[in-house]
Design a protein. Sequence first.
Length: 72
Amino acid sequence: MHLSHSNLKQDIQKLFDQFHGYSESMWEPFLDFECYGCASPVRIYYEPWEFAMGCYGYTVVEIIEVMNWEKK
């Protein structure tokens, strides 16, 4: 199961990876996206957990966002 997704440019992905210390060898699912209102890059790290057969819940572990982002 692939639990990490990004639609951000690679240079922004790398900045988030460096800031957090992300490593592909560690199992840390995340979701990257741009804020709908200001287009600021955001990464949410989360932890999935199963509460019934095939039913999952998610706990937000960390949110990283770029401050002072100019909408382009």
